[in-house]
Design a protein around this ligand. Structure first.
Ligand SMILES: [Fe+2]
Length: 408
């Protein structure tokens, strides 16, 4: 099937770069990463090295029933004073508030998140409440289109977060997080002290995670690399990380889907995902993530599924202002022939091919999403901070609604 690669609008405005070309404002988060078979079994010693004697384990119900979880608890031994297994997809303000209350009552000195992005974000949200006090909503950043961003500093010291990763979402890498409010909006937070102090990746234990979950969350990681490459806040270091992340995903993701027991392929996907988290820890994400946040929080889609579907549509939307970056991406995907314009279009086509080899969903209509929610999702996405960092200036929800309809 041939794809229509015509950009949505004839005139597209590139928003000015926040970080001028050649400047660097780069941050390392002080995270230690241990990635090897059997890494989970070292968790007790690693927690001790961080000075954690009384940790609360944070996870969802499915994770709690996994073999991987049993190994986590065995490795932590008496250091695990409490298991909080109420994490829900996209996290939730009330749930995080309950978790913080329990952590306070049990005087915990560290949090161990086990699972994917929602477990990781919930642990970070609990750390915010324990450190900053007050209500979660008070600590969220805010964006007013077209160009007014209000970051919310979170200066209080935070409990260390240790993360045992089961998906390719890379949430554990970043200082940012999203939590669903009761009205279906995604509240977004950011502070460098929230990034995991220790990340444990275990490709052998990962074989227990369904390959479909790994594939859709890998598309999320892949999208981090794409959005970081053309972000208004990109820099030479995030560019390098993004391009290599794309290479690793292109190599490992199809191999993992073809052979779900391939530990080397799982390890490749986990490494690529980690790189993708390093990309957005500095370059941030764009309008693709703004849309995916709202497809999740208001529409109920998993973040990985939303990412899997939306990415080529949003790349096409950004093509008129990000041709050079997309051409560079195509080269990382092995496209060496053609003009810059041809290569940029090839990058989008390559992503469509990746959707097929990764066996991920490609249409919103197949997800059970209620089509009447699309205008609301577009309205919410317009004021998500991702829209601020996106290279193509977007001043009305109508453009986002068009994108959603294309993806439908
Ligand atoms: Fe993401």
């Amino acid at each position: 099937m041939t794809q229509d690669l015509t950009p949505l609008a004839a005139s597209a405005e590139r928003a000015p770069d926040i970080l001028p070309a050649g400047w660097l404002d780069y941050r390392n988060t002080g995270t230690r990463v241990v990635h090897r078979p059997g890494a989970i079994d070292t968790l007790g010693a690693e927690a001790k090295a961080l000075g954690c004697e009384r940790v609360m384990v944070v996870c969802g119900g499915n994770t709690r029933r996994s073999k991987l979880f049993d190994r986590v608890l065995a490795a932590l031994g008496p250091r695990a004073v409490l298991v909080f297994d109420q994490v829900v997809e996209h996290s939730a303000v009330d749930m995080v508030t309950r978790g913080a209350q329990l952590a306070r009552e049990h005087r915990v000195d560290g949090l161990v998140a086990v699972g994917g992005g929602s477990a990781s974000d919930s642990a970070k949200g609990i750390a915010i409440l324990l450190g900053e006090g007050g209500r979660l909503q008070e600590h969220a950043s805010r964006f007013e289109p077209p160009d007014r961003f209000f970051p919310k500093p979170l200066p209080a010291p935070k409990l260390p977060v240790i993360t045992v990763v089961t998906t390719a979402s890379a949430a554990e890498v970043t200082p940012g997080l999203g939590i669903r409010d009761n009205d279906g909006r995604k509240l977004l937070f950011w502070d460098n002290t929230l990034a995991s102090r220790l990340i444990v990746l275990d490709p052998e234990a990962n074989v227990e995670v369904p390959v479909a979950v790994m594939a859709t969350t890998a598309m999320n990681g892949f999208a981090h690399c794409v959005e970081g490459l053309y972000s208004r806040l990109r820099n030479p270091i995030s560019d390098a990380l993004a391009l290599h992340g794309i290479r690793l995903f292109m190599d490992a993701l199809p191999r993992m889907v073809a052979n779900p027991k391939d530990i080397d392929a799982r390890a490749g996907v986990l490494n690529a995902a980690h790189l993708s988290g390093m990309v957005i820890s500095n370059a941030r994400v764009g309008i693709h993530h703004a849309i995916c946040h709202c497809l999740g929080a208001a529409g109920g889609l998993s973040h990985g599924v939303a990412n899997s579907i939306m990415l080529p549509h949003v790349m096409l939307y950004n093509l008129p202002v990000a041709q050079t970056e997309l051409a560079g991406m195509a080269q990382a995907m092995g496209v060496m022939q053609g003009t810059e314009a041809e290569q940029a279009q090839a990058a989008i086509q390559k992503v469509r091919e990746l959707q097929v080899s990764a066996k991920v969903p490609t249409r919103l209509r197949d997800t059970g999403l209620d089509i009447s929610l699309l205008p609301l999702i577009a309205d919410h996405a317009l004021v998500d901070r991702g829209t601020y960092f996106n290279p193509r200036r977007t001043v009305s929800a109508e453009a986002i609604l068009q994108l959603l309809k294309q993806a439908w």
